[in-house]
Design a protein around this ligand. Structure first.
Ligand code: CA
Length: 233
């Protein structure tokens, strides 16, 4: 079950080698792309289970690749690799539909554990948790748990897998306030840190933009001052 296929997009050969080795040790199949063009070709031809995407590449930026793949309807988890001075880029990366990011320099152990968590929540127990047939209905909002679909006023809403999991988790416990750290553990599948708690804020903002009539005055995804967030039916 660990024979997942990973597309590694990283132009620095030495870095890529080290990563590839660490991932193979874990039993993953790894394809390596050294530039953006190759990355797009391999993403289309090998249909990887997960993509590790460096932002700074010689030809096409990681942002552009991420955006392109999402526009093509590719839904696999994307883990962005960012340099330390790319604070703004980090958030931007998430807004493009990436699922998570790791800041360089990172430890191989950290990166591998992020990969494992992303795969688990995309394909494993966490993804399947909940009643498959269940449909959650809240006013004009319908969450089809089994089909991974959300409709608003009958119209399908395009959510990333992470956005869907976050929404489903919160909507399964209406009115319950969650701390960010709880959401990180339940939805992302790992212990929270400052960075991952910020990730929650970014995803909530995206969900509001996609689901709320007025994202600045949300009715479903509500901020609970001093705590975090709750889902209001
Ligand atoms: Ca690079």
């Amino acid at each position: 079950m660990e024979h997942r296929r990973i597309l590694l997009v990283e132009d620095e050969r030495a870095v890529a080698r080290g990563l590839e080795y660490a991932l193979r040790q874990e039993g993953y199949q790894v394809d390596w792309a050294a530039n953006g063009q190759q990355a797009l070709e391999l993403a289309r031809s090998t249909n990887p289970d997960l993509i590790i995407l460096d932002i700074r590449l010689p030809d096409i930026s990681g942002f552009e690749i991420c955006r392109t793949l999402r526009q093509e309807g590719k839904r696999q988890p994307i883990l962005m690799l960012t340099a330390r001075d790319e604070e703004v880029d980090k958030v931007l990366g998430l807004e493009l539909g990436a699922d998570d990011y790791v800041v360089k320099p990172y430890s191989l152990r950290e990166l591998v554990s992020r990969v494992r968590a992303l795969l688990r929540r995309a394909y494993g127990e966490l993804a399947l948790a909940g009643t498959p047939q269940e449909r959650l209905l809240f006013g004009d909002l319908e969450i089809d748990v089994g089909r991974f679909q959300v409709r608003r006023g009958g119209q399908p809403v395009d959510l990333t897998p992470t956005e869907f999991r976050l929404l489903r988790y919160m909507a399964s416990h209406p009115e319950r306030p969650f701390r960010r750290s709880e959401l990180v553990e339940a939805v992302w599948g790992y212990d929270s840190d400052i960075n991952s708690e910020r990730t929650v804020d970014v995803h909530i903002r995206h969900l509001r933009q996609k689901l709320e009539e007025d994202p600045t005055a949300p009715r479903h995804l509500v901020t609970v001052r001093g705590v975090g967030y709750k889902f209001q039916p």
